[in-house]
Design a protein around this ligand. Sequence first.
Ligand SMILES: [Zn+2]
Length: 81
Amino acid sequence: MTQTCPTCGLNYRNFRTGLTYQTVYDMLWVGGDDTGQWRYKRRHTVLGLWHQIKCELWEAHVTGCQPETKLGIEPPETISY
Ligand SMILES: [Zn+2]
């Protein structure tokens, strides 16, 4: 896997999914009466899914990254008080 985005230079380690532990945790929860459909929500399961999501988002970023894209930096003119 590419560790650094060839376009913007962002490092994978500094890449953020924007998801919280709780969000990923909730994604694992399958409601309903059939407990056989429920997935275990052990910590490593949550972290495993989180890592999987991050990898997918990272690959999508590297594939679709545009040179003019400034991640997480809003143009000053969009800031209002
Ligand atoms: Zn990039």
